[in-house]
Design a protein around this ligand. Structure first.
Ligand code: ADP
Ligand code: ZN
Length: 761
């Protein structure tokens, strides 16, 4: 009996509700994780007819609460009950014929529930794709086999029937009726007769109707590595062969050839018949990235957010069957059910999209770390601009640091000029592009180069503003200024999607004639077209790239030089590799810096360093102009010097002083409700309970707030938050487990804890 089936219902025994006592012996029981926000499992008896059908990882229907109400949950353990002193309810139904996930993934999801303070059932519900639960894209087929002990010489067989048996014995697997009829060159009637006589036996199985179409990709040889790449690869292979977990931070400047190192590390893992997962930010899942892996490996699965349920299920099955060598995908691909995972790589480790912003609010980097620890395989974090969390870990020697400080082919990082927008006449008059940048663009274009312009605000005018009262027009549901989208002639809320005709007069003071201010990408595009007539320009942001595939087409056109200027939001900031780009202009470096968030500085540095990395990628060289009104701010100055170490030093000192991560574990509770006063009062009550618990337990934890969240109103809901700053996660967890049991019930207010919060809005 596997270990996890023993000692069931010992400690931690739970029941759905108090129940009369009775002795139960020699019965089979199951523990079920329900989709509820508690750190608790529920115990049920398994009726005898279901005993062989139920395994951990399958969903069950169970009675829950009063009356005949049932709930669906995941069976996470089954086994003999032994002596139980309480009477239990019974599992009503087993939903899945086979487990949806294996024991290893059960352990991982259990850990996520504990680490992010949510229910195990909530985690399971979220990480197993809907298409897998629904068996999307499959059909039930009946398969034929020859009964035991029968061969083609059996005296009961006619000649035709003997042909059927022979065909089936020669096939190396059970066959469908139509396949069998084909193979035996007969009709269906001999098959039916044989089935009736018990000479053929049948069983049902689910088969995919779906075959993923993968266009032919020309195979390519691995590149000969440069010295720095070789050194990094050697160290990674040492770890791969070592059979112990290590997290390796591969700090390589943009263009240092990190991907080639990943590929050759995967090559080794694949040669053992094991699999690798490569996580990249969703926006980096471009055809270029995918082609790089498909051209090197025979079997690559790509998991992106546009997959249909059927496609997702198909890939999941193939991965679980061990047929896929490399899985490339965004955040949730960390849950790919690879049976013999040998390596996980997270590219662009600093990207905030690796944190999930709904329950379970996990960080893929931490989940990957845990999964790799459990499997004793390495985790590689690759980036030019590490997070300060990862940087601190290597400083403390918890993780291994590998550096690639030079670009391949020895090309230098591009020179960066900081332009003070307060001194620029054109910008003061309302232009987006200052004199220096315009001149730079003219020169670059004249020399046959291409230009990238980066502006992290979409729409036309970012604010509709009343000069009489100074108020801006806000979304009626959210506390957010509406953005004017001239192409659609609508004012849009970028938070909830609300759209409206712009008002004629100020909604606050009725003063007529509102002013449209602030520059978004659409206005920038208009300015570029006006100042560079006849130069083909393409805008990339989530408005212009709505259609599936338009993103890829725009990039292809730019790659082939059909468009000369590419402008857009952070969609174009990262990962792109275009040798002919000789100028990058940052229109307004201060958009991220202005965010009311202690991570604003780090985010600004990351973004600028990444944008700057888009040029100087060939012998043609390249340069970068950063327009800012704060030319002395450290993240801007350090990014301009490509000086991550310098930035990390300044910022870590600041974080330590302020008690922010990585020197603490900072979590956040977000309260939400339709009536502001109720939300505020609820937040206060919970804060009081937390503070009193801290006083009683003497824990070293600080509660900040409650305070209105930076976005006070979002989609009708008022929002308040409080921050919990603890030395480490364990301290926080202890507080949470004690305090949660005595939290008052709040009516009309819901709240969630976000452990290691990244988004503080
Ligand atoms: P990074 O991910 O570090 O920014 P990339 O992996 O995109 O860098 O590599 C930059 C460019 O250098 C790519 O075009 C890649 O094909 C090329 N490259 C990488 N390694 C080598 C090598 N050993 N020899 C030649 N070209 C290489
Ligand atoms: Zn809104």
């Amino acid at each position: 009996m596997p270990e996890h089936q023993q000692n069931l219902f010992g400690e931690g025994f739970n029941e759905p509700e108090p129940w009369e006592l009775a002795a139960e012996e020699d019965r089979w029981g199951a523990e079920v994780a329900l989709n509820v926000p508690v750190d608790q499992l529920f115990s049920y008896l398994v009726p005898d007819p279901l005993r062989d059908k139920l395994h951990p990882g399958q969903r069950v229907k169970v009675p829950f609460g009063r009356g005949s109400r049932t709930m669906t949950g995941f069976c996470v353990r089954v086994g003999p009950v032994g002596k139980v002193t309480r009477k239990l309810k019974e599992v009503a139904e087993v939903i899945d014929r086979e487990p949806l996930i294996d024991q290893q993934m059960l352990d991982l999801t259990e850990w996520i529930g504990k680490r992010y303070l949510c229910g195990w059932g909530q985690v399971l519900e979220s990480v197993i794709p809907a298409g897998v639960k629904k068996l999307a894209g499959t059909r039930e087929v009946k398969l034929y086999q020859v009964a035991e002990g029968v061969d083609e010489n059996d005296s009961r067989l006619t000649k035709k029937q003997a042909g059927v048996v022979t065909a089936l014995l020669y096939a190396d697997r059970p066959l469908r009726g139509d396949e069998l009829a084909d193979a035996a060159n007969c009709g269906t009637s001999p098959i039916k007769t044989l089935e009736k006589k018990g000479i053929l036996v049948t069983h049902n199985e689910r088969q995919s109707k779906f075959e993923a179409e993968i266009g032919h990709v020309e195979k390519e040889q691995d590149l000969k590595l440069h010295f720095e790449q070789m050194k990094a690869l050697k160290r990674i292979l040492h770890s791969v062969r070592g059979g112990e977990h290590e997290t390796i931070l591969l700090h390589g400047v943009t263009g240092s050839g990190k991907t080639e190192v990943y590929i050759q590390a995967i090559r080794e893992v694949v040669s053992y018949g094991r699999q690798a997962i490569v996580l990249v930010p969703e926006i980096s899942l471009t055809p270029q990235t995918i082609r790089r892996f498909r051209s090197r490996f025979d079997s690559v699965a790509v998991l992106h957010s546009h997959l249909t349920d059927s496609e997702r299920h198909y890939h999941w099955k193939r991965i679980a069957g061990g047929d896929v060598q490399v899985i490339v995908g965004a955040r949730s691909a960390i849950f790919a059910p690879a049976p013999r995972l040998g390596l996980v790589i997270i590219d662009e480790e600093h990207e905030t999209s690796f944190k999930q912003e709904t329950t379970p609010r996990y960080h893929a980097r931490e989940v990957a770390r845990k999964r790799c620890q459990m499997l004793r395989v390495p985790l590689i974090l690759g980036t030019a601009t590490p997070t300060l969390e990862s940087w601190r870990r290597v400083e403390e020697k918890q993780d291994v640091l590998l550096s690639m400080p030079n670009r391949v082919n020895g090309l230098p990082l591009p020179p960066v000029s900081i332009i003070d927008t307060r001194q620029d006449q054109d910008i003061r008059r309302g232009a987006a592009i200052g004199r220096q940048l315009v001149n730079g663009m003219k020169m670059a274009l004249k020399d046959g180069g291409q230009v990238i312009l980066f502006l992290n605000l979409r729409g036309f005018s970012t604010t509709i503003w009343c000069r009489a009262c100074g108020e801006s027009v806000k979304c009626s549901e959210c506390d957010i200024s509406l953005t004017w989208h001239r192409d659609r002639r609508k004012a849009l809320c970028h938070s909830c999607g609300f759209e409206t005709d712009p008002p004629e007069a100020c909604p606050h003071c009725q003063h007529p004639g509102l002013k449209y201010v602030g520059i978004g990408t659409q206005k920038l595009e208009q300015e570029v077209n006006a100042r560079f007539p006849g130069v083909p320009c393409v805008r990339m942001d989530s408005d212009s790239m709505r259609q599936h595939g338009s993103h890829d087409r725009a990039l292809e056109a730019f790659r082939h030089g059909k468009t000369k200027i590419l402008l857009g939001t952070q969609m174009i900031a990262k990962g792109l590799d275009f040798p002919n780009v000789t100028l990058v202009g940052v229109i307004d470096a201060d958009t991220t810096l202005r965010q009311p968030d202690w991570r604003a500085s780090e985010r600004t540095f990351h973004l600028l360093a990444q944008v700057a990395g888009r040029t100087g990628r060939s012998e043609r060289g390249g340069r970068v102009y950063i327009q800012t009104a704060c030319p002395e701010e450290p993240p801007i100055v350090k990014a301009a010097h490509h000086d991550f170490l310098g930035f990390a030093e300044i910022e870590l000192e600041h974080r330590e002083e302020m008690g922010y991560p990585p020197y603490s574990c900072l979590s956040r509770i977000i309260f939400r409700g339709e009536i502001d006063e109720e939300v505020q009062a609820g937040a206060k009550e919970i804060a009081t309970v937390l503070r009193e618990t801290i006083k009683e337990t003497g824990a070293d934890i600080e509660i900040r707030g409650p305070a209105p969240a930076p976005i006070v109103k979002l989609k009708k809901f008022y929002r308040h938050h409080l921050q919990i700053v603890a030395d480490d996660f364990e301290t926080l967890r202890e507080l949470w487990l004690v305090a949660r049991d005595i939290f008052p019930t709040l009516s009309n207010v819901d709240y969630q804890i976000d452990v290691d919060a990244i988004n503080l809005r």
